[in-house]
Design a protein. Structure first.
Lengths: 412, 145, 176
């Protein structure tokens, strides 16, 4: 009789760099045992465009337009943090009305970004209808952005010393009409996500990040707030006009009373933040003082003022995904800054993927990776090498695995 | 719509999207084109998950060094007849990233491009217009055979 | 979460322990909004020899949040600046602590802090490839952002002969 020898070895699956549910093309390598993930390795760098190096030949106003294109979805947060850093280094004071307007633009961007994420997360679970429904709500928020700034995605409304466009009294009726639409539909959005049985089954107790891991790995944004760590730059530091407004940390126990750190909690945190943003915009519109909106309106004078300034500055802002920090060093008699360092929030949220994915099934990879809010769906090829046979799973199949799991769970 | 289009499409176009290092602005406008406001699905245009099923390739982003050979491989995997659309200013001439140590040139130095869409990011209407122009080109290629 | 500390207390806590090895301490105050609520940031320059004990002392006070590390090429030395924050979780009580360490270009080495703060891995790997700093004891020495076939010994952030002078491509130019 033939002796059958079987050895248990673990397989390595590479995923990426073109991959579903990721902000930038990122390369993962999973070590799996059957259907369970044992270890994860992440490799970055596919979207490295050399932006910090490109800033050495530009003056600060030109760098604003470069900073916008670091990320299309947080295209307001990077110029915001950059201007905070330059104003810290050069000692420029901003008028009060500009600070309130900056808060309004930032919160509007947060609404657009969180509804975008909600649609992408629903698509990963398999609910395409919810994707179309949330993006329709997002289109109304983008209409409001276009009305206030002139463009949908790259707005170019931030400038050093203030903001470029004002909200005058005759614009207020349209703004309130759009805000009322968003408020009325928020309840439908909440019901579609949080009261649905299938969403609960797919997302509860999946992708758990414990509080100690979140602290030690320095995670930021809704990812860390969902694990119970209270970190939010708007509440911790007083910048723009947040010191006058009623802001608080949004952790899942505000709604449900307990904290688990799983994917369901992250959905709760983001939906609560949408409601908080609508509320903050209304508070700002009420309390906004009148006055100038920019400290130095002529660009040539501003540039000569910055050329004489010297010093170092740090600017931090709460983007929809977490904390953005920029560091700028200005030297005297030089147009361009000596050093510019950008740190986008996703870079701090990459190490937490490792404890979140260990022990999960392959069909859960898209929803767990998407729950920390990376970005778009690009494409993917997953290759599993088993003995001498090579199976290739395309994005459709990975997606199909995810949907099939949903159907299986629904039958139980 | 482009001139010379008959009232109904003869076949539905399947589209594949590839991100070669972009800031994601163009990518969200591509997905916004599929949503109920602009709704290209009523023409039969569908986003597929593999280049082997696709007729049209939408590329965004300035090509980084790590992604150059991957874009080429995707182009070679698509079956003929195919069309390539370069969406956004980054792929055309580099836009703000015109000088960099990690970027290898505009997209038409790597794969042949048929339609260029200008904008940073271009509006969804401009992207639908570009897909329609690619459609006429494919139809003329079919007619020549 | 964490108790509220004032910037003077923090500066005194470190000066008591390390005395003269801490130089150029600067406390900045900024106010924002109509109510003029204040926020503080501390800048200090420390000696390379006390770097690891400094970080341990900081973790004993309160576990910090390491935001990022930035770097400067100052001619003969390379300066690394660690941006920590303390006091998150308290309303308007967060203080940013910016600690800069200077390393000579002949021997740009510094110890890792990954054993105290595991989240520092990503930013330390970035400094290794961008500035040519050697981080002693780091668990993972691979490149982070640059491609694997990027030439060795070329550090994009440096301003001397190891920087990028000829290696960049202009996408805009028209080929004749």
């Amino acid at each position: 009789m033939k002796q059958k020898t079987t050895t248990k070895t673990s397989y390595h699956i590479p995923i990426g760099p073109i991959h579903p549910a990721l902000k930038e093309p990122v390369y993962f390598e999973f070590e799996i045992d059957g259907e369970r993930i044992v270890d994860v390795d992440v490799k970055l760098g596919h979207v490295h465009r050399g932006i910090e190096w490109a800033s050495r030949k530009r003056n600060p106003i030109q760098i604003l337009y470069l900073a916008e294109r670091v990320c299309g979805i947080c295209s307001y947060s990077h110029p915001a943090a950059f201007t905070l850093a330059v104003e810290d280094a050069a000692g420029i004071e901003i008028p009060e009305r500009a600070e309130y307007l900056r808060v309004i633009q930032g919160e509007l961007e947060r609404i657009c970004s969180h509804t975008l994420w909600a649609g992408v997360a629903a698509h990963e679970i398999g609910f395409d209808t919810v994707l179309y429904f949330t993006w329709e709500i997002r289109e109304r928020a983008l209409d409001l952005t276009e009305y206030l700034t002139g463009n949908r995605v790259t707005k170019a409304i931030m400038t050093i010393g203030g903001i470029r466009r004002d909200i005058t009294k005759d614009m207020l009726p349209t703004v309130t009409k759009h805000l009322n639409y968003l408020k009325d539909n928020f309840e439908k959005l909440r019901h579609a996500f949080l009261d649905d049985k299938t969403v609960k089954i797919r997302s509860q107790n999946v992708g758990i990040l414990t509080k100690e891991d979140a602290l030690k790995l320095c995670a930021v944004g809704p990812t860390t707030r969902a694990s119970g760590v209270k970190k939010d730059v708007r509440v911790d530091t007083s910048y723009f006009a947040y010191g006058d407004l009623d802001v608080d940390y949004m952790t899942p126990d505000v709604l449900t009373g307990e904290i688990n750190g799983d994917v369901y909690d992250r959905i709760i945190v983001r939906l609560l933040e949408v409601k908080q943003s609508i509320d903050l915009i209304e508070q700002c519109l009420d309390k906004m003082p009148s006055g100038d909106i920019i400290a130095e309106p002529k660009p040539a004078k501003l540039l000569s003022q910055l050329k004489k300034a010297s010093g170092e500055g740090v600017g931090r802002h709460e983007a929809p995904r977490g904390e953005v920090i920029h560091y700028v060093k200005l030297n005297e008699n030089e147009d361009a800054p000596y050093t510019w360092k950008i740190r986008a929030p996703t870079y701090n949220n990459i190490l937490p993927w490792i404890p979140m994915l260990k022990g999960e099934q392959i069909a859960d990879i898209p929803i767990v990776a998407a729950s920390t809010d990376p970005c778009m769906s690009c494409t993917n090829r997953v290759a599993i090498v088993q003995d001498n046979n090579k199976y290739e799973l395309t994005k459709e199949e990975l997606h199909r695995l995810s949907i099939e799991k949903t159907r299986r769970l629904m039958k139980q | 719509m482009a001139k010379g289009l008959p009232k109904s499409f003869k076949k539905a176009l399947w589209v594949y999207h590839c991100n070669s290092g972009s800031c994601n602005g163009c990518d969200i406008e591509i997905i916004a084109a599929l949503c109920p406001r602009y709704d290209v699905e009523r023409f039969g245009i569908k986003l597929v998950g593999t280049p082997r099923h696709a007729d049209v390739l939408l590329v965004t982003g300035p090509v980084t060094r790590q992604m150059a050979d991957k874009v080429k491989r995707i182009y070679e995997q698509m079956p003929d007849p195919k069309a390539v659309i370069c969406v956004g200013n980054c792929g055309n001439t580099g836009d703000v990233f015109y000088e960099s140590y990690n970027l290898v040139g505009p997209i038409n130095e790597i794969i042949p491009v048929d339609v260029h869409v200008v904008g940073c990011p271009p509006r969804p209407e401009a992207i639908i217009n570009a897909v329609a122009k690619a459609w006429t080109k494919l139809e003329t290629l079919e007619a020549k055979k | 979460m964490s108790k509220k500390l004032s910037p003077e207390e923090i500066v005194k806590y470190f000066k008591d322990e390390f005395k003269t090895k801490i130089k150029d301490v600067q406390v900045r105050k900024k106010s924002a909004g109509s109510k003029k609520k204040e926020s503080y940031s501390i800048w200090m320059n420390i000696d390379k020899s006390i770097f690891k004990p400094f970080v341990k002392h900081l973790c004993d006070l309160q576990f910090p949040h390491l935001a990022v590390t930035s770097g400067n090429d100052l001619g003969k030395t390379i300066e690394l600046i660690y941006h920590f924050t303390l006091g998150y979780g308290t309303r308007f009580g967060e203080i940013v602590l910016n600690v800069s360490v200077e390393l000579p270009k002949s021997k740009p080495e510094i110890e890792t802090i990954c054993d105290y703060i595991p989240g520092a891995l990503v930013t330390e790997r970035e400094k290794q490839e961008m500035l040519g700093v050697k981080i002693v004891g780091i668990p993972d020495t691979r490149r982070l952002f640059l491609p694997d076939d990027f030439p060795e010994g070329v550090y994009p952030w440096r301003r001397d002969e190891t920087g990028l002078e000829k290696l960049y491509k202009n996408l805009h130019e028209v080929k004749k």
